[in-house]
Design a protein around this ligand. Structure first.
Ligand SMILES: [Ca+2]
Ligand SMILES: [Ca+2]
Length: 283
């Protein structure tokens, strides 16, 4: 699909944590100039909760009557070894980051004004690209490239869905509620669909929330991208890549849910069905 994600509803801005206000008072200066708010983490990343994706080639893109033109041409792409989070980043994880470095909490969605603090095991949403990137950097990680995301989702056998080539609407949180096959009307706790795992054991690569990738988005990038570790277009471009579909994606066997589907979002725009996961390279 080529269309941008629709802008989501925005809840009211969360109250600054008490420790943040106290620290600001102690500093007596703008938050950005306060030494209490400097990034302090330079530790090597923990690989706990991450899946290893071995070095090698995989098939990127899909050419089919029901695929979009921007998924072509299909190429064999080499990626160096990397690690990727098995789960989407949760509210609790992002809260640890926000509290540690003195960032505002993301807005709650209009459908739940207690979402961020009240659902710690659900995916963090309403993040800008910069916020997602900063969270991963705080851990010594980074956002996955579009190519890494696709390999982590589909492995090396060019499968259409994370779990294989047969459509199965019970393996992902997509459009629908307790009356449908996945019981969740909106977000689900991360990792709620183990049967939807990718070949590397990565979960929720179909649905729950869309995920920011590192790359700029360009429709025709595959026609000129390198075949080894493609970094994405040079940019700057209008859009960033987002992948995987979300809880409001249509429940049908093509479109948002395929491993090769590409979509995009303006980097500064927050959406109530867009989150992230992080990656890391050992070199
Ligand atoms: Ca659902
Ligand atoms: Ca997802």
């Amino acid at each position: 699909m080529h269309r941008a994600l629709r802008a989501g509803e925005h809840g009211s801005r969360s109250t600054l944590p008490l420790r943040l206000l106290l620290a600001a008072a102690l500093c007596g200066v703008a938050l950005s100039g306060c030494p209490l708010f400097k990034k302090t983490s330079s530790k090597a990343p923990s690989l706990q909760g991450m899946a290893l994706v071995p070095a090698g080639e995989f098939t990127m893109g899909r050419e089919s009557e029901d695929a979009s033109p921007d998924e072509a041409p299909v190429r064999s792409v080499w990626l160096d070894e990397f690690y990727i989070d098995r789960l989407e980043v949760t509210n609790a994880q992002y809260k640890s980051f926000a509290d540690s470095v003195g960032r505002l909490y993301p807005n709650n969605p209009i459908w739940d004004d207690g979402y961020f603090l009240g659902k710690p095991d659900h995916p963090v949403i309403n993040l800008t690209y910069e916020q997602a990137q900063a969270y991963c950097a705080w851990l010594g990680k980074r956002l996955p490239t579009e190519a890494e995301w696709e390999k982590a989702a589909r492995g090396t056998d060019a499968r259409i869905y994370a779990w294989g080539n047969e459509w199965d609407e019970t393996r992902a949180n997509l459009w629908g509620d307790e009356h449908g096959p996945d019981v969740f009307r909106r977000t689900a706790p991360v990792g709620s669909f183990p049967e939807g795992a990718s070949p590397y054991g990565v979960l929720d690569m179909v649905g729950n929330v869309w995920e920011w990738c590192a790359d700029w988005f360009e429709l025709d990038y595959y026609s000129r991208a390198p075949d080894r570790n493609p970094p994405g277009p040079e940019g700057p471009a209008k859009w960033r890549v987002v992948r995987g579909g979300g809880f409001s994606s249509p429940r049908r066997p093509v479109g948002d849910v395929t491993t090769s589907n590409r979509s995009k979002n303006v980097g500064t725009q927050t959406i109530h069905h867009l989150g992230c996961r992080c990656a890391w390279s050992p070199r």
